[in-house]
Design a protein around this ligand. Structure first.
Ligand code: FEO
Length: 404
């Protein structure tokens, strides 16, 4: 028989003293006004009941503040809210904090000194702040939370806290992913294949640039006996937290897989023919994992995620105003900023009356620190037999480099 009392609640019970009161966002098109959210995102928030004291762990985006207030009312049942722990200041987790502080004027905000100017500058909040720092333990009634700073994962003030008695890690952005929580919120209630892709895209888009800091943070957290992970986005991990720890570790280590990603730009189809020829030649030599992406059609968000994953990266485009085709220039700029590692790089280009793209690819190749393939096919308009053979040669060099 269905327990209607449980399904009619708006919050979700995690343990006897912990409730999930996060929200789903299916309205926002672009996270940070940049990253597509075709399947939405969740902003997770938790209410910890320490017996004599109550504590909110991070808040939600302002657009969902009414829903959030309703859930908070439901779990507090008239009790006061004593603390708000701010593990991360980015407004997707704090833009509702002003409303909550106004509702509970005596609430104290527990955070670290790096968050203080953000609280002031974003929300004009300067009072009722309790400061914690690395290794400090804070009591919420009978519950004790220990803090670990994780700078630049995702902002300078970012930190996590660990409930010693239960082994629950409140990990803010770390271990998060895109995608709303559609019904189930726990790892044993969802189809991981969907969330895995959206977790990879979240990591590579949002914190990828800070992979080294993420590595340091994961090393620091590696010493904890983590039984459950409650992140600020995505799935709550109660059955197999090691799965998402492993995924994040692999991403932070920039482990790549032995396939080839070809990204091309093509205005009239000639450069696309070169991409197809390279793909065919790779396949003929036994490479099975090949993706060919049209840079004009595939959003940068997905290209970053795929570039992070594939060991072999081949980029190609026409010359445009003596430089790279502009969408390719944008991708190159982003890849430079991401500081990706462990890749083999090949390029090809096309031109009509004067070159330029090939020099820009060569400059990027030198700066990237990636292994560079020697052959760089360059076609004048429609690729001829010689150009297509050069494409085959480039594919062969890629296969040899992958097999080392
Ligand atoms: Fe989910 Fe960096 O905020």
């Amino acid at each position: 028989m269905v327990n209607t009392r449980i399904v009619n609640t708006r919050s979700v019970k995690i343990t006897d003293h912990l409730q999930y009161i996060g929200v789903n966002d299916r309205d926002t098109h672009l996270f940070e006004s940049m990253w597509p959210l075709p399947d939405g995102i969740s902003y997770n928030s938790y209410l910890l009941d320490g017996g004599t004291k109550t504590c909110l762990l991070d808040c939600v985006n302002i657009d969902s503040v009414n829903e959030f207030k309703g859930k908070l009312d439901e779990v507090l049942q008239g009790r006061p809210l004593d603390y708000i722990i701010v593990n991360h200041m980015e407004p997707d987790h704090t833009s509702s904090i002003r409303t909550i502080v106004d509702l509970y004027p005596s609430v104290e905000i527990v955070t670290n000194k790096r968050a203080v100017p953000f609280l002031k500058n974003y929300y004009k909040i300067e009072n009722n702040i309790i400061l914690v720092d690395e290794g400090d333990t804070f009591q919420v009634g009978e519950r004790s939370l220990t803090f670990y700073t994780t700078p630049m994962v995702h902002w300078p003030e970012s930190m996590v806290c660990f409930e010693e008695e239960t082994g629950i890690l409140f990990s803010q952005d770390i271990f998060g992913g895109f995608g709303t929580l559609d019904g189930g919120i726990f790892d044993d209630q969802i189809k991981w294949e969907f969330y895995e892709d959206e977790t990879v895209r979240y990591f590579t888009n949002i914190v990828g640039k800070y992979a080294n800091q993420a590595k340091r943070a994961l090393k620091k957290l590696g010493g904890l006996d983590i039984k459950m992970i409650c992140p600020d986005h995505g799935v709550v991990w109660r059955e197999d937290p090691k799965k998402v720890i492993q995924l994040y570790s692999d991403l932070a280590e920039q482990k790549t897989k032995d396939g080839v990603l070809i990204i091309y730009g093509s205005m009239y189809g000639n450069t696309e023919m070169m991409a197809e020829a390279i793909g065919r030649a790779l396949s003929a030599q036994g490479v099975k994992d090949i993706r060919i992406r049209d840079i004009s059609k595939t959003h940068l968000s997905y290209l970053i995620a795929e570039t992070w994953n594939y060991k072999g990266i081949i980029l190609g485009c026409p010359t445009y105003n003596v430089k790279l085709f502009p969408p390719m220039q944008t991708l190159i700029n982003v890849l430079k900023g991401q500081k990706m590692k462990n890749h083999i790089f090949g390029s090809f280009s096309n031109y009509s009356w004067g070159g330029g793209a090939e020099e820009e690819f060569a400059k990027f190749a030198q700066e990237s620190g990636w292994e560079i393939l020697e052959t760089t096919p360059k076609s004048n308009g429609l690729p001829d037999q010689e150009d297509l053979e050069a494409c085959g040669q480039l594919a062969q060099e890629m296969v040899q480099a992958l097999s080392k």
